[in-house]
Design a protein around this ligand. Sequence first.
Ligand code: FES
Length: 144
Amino acid sequence: MCAKRESQQSRRRFLVQALSWVSGITALVLSYPLFRFVGFTIKPKPRYITVRAPLPASGFHAERDFILFITNSSPQAISRICTHLGCRVNFLEDKQIIECPCHQSRFKKDGTLISGPAKKDLPRFTVEPRTNESGQITSYVVTL
Ligand code: FES
């Protein structure tokens, strides 16, 4: 009789523990959409893109995600994603401006907004020049 009661209590304890595990996992799974709704995001790992130096005589290099300009002061990498609706912008060498082909937002070479409909400047990325032993720049590493 006593062994039967212990067996029932053990089974009951197991069922309570299993139920608490299942409810905990269910709460985690159901809270994921809530975190997404609130805006909780995990930052993506940074990407490093190497551009070999020297750049063409035009002084710029266009990649899929950025345009790298070499100015007298320092190299600058400007995002190619338009701040209006996300089209990929192009650098117009003859006009020395960056223009969006979708709705013709225009930006300066440093990403500053000239005319809309975009309301924000283009984002800039960090550029780190790499040099060889003699101090000559061999490449630029852009961190996205
Ligand atoms: S998406 Fe670039 S101006 Fe609209």
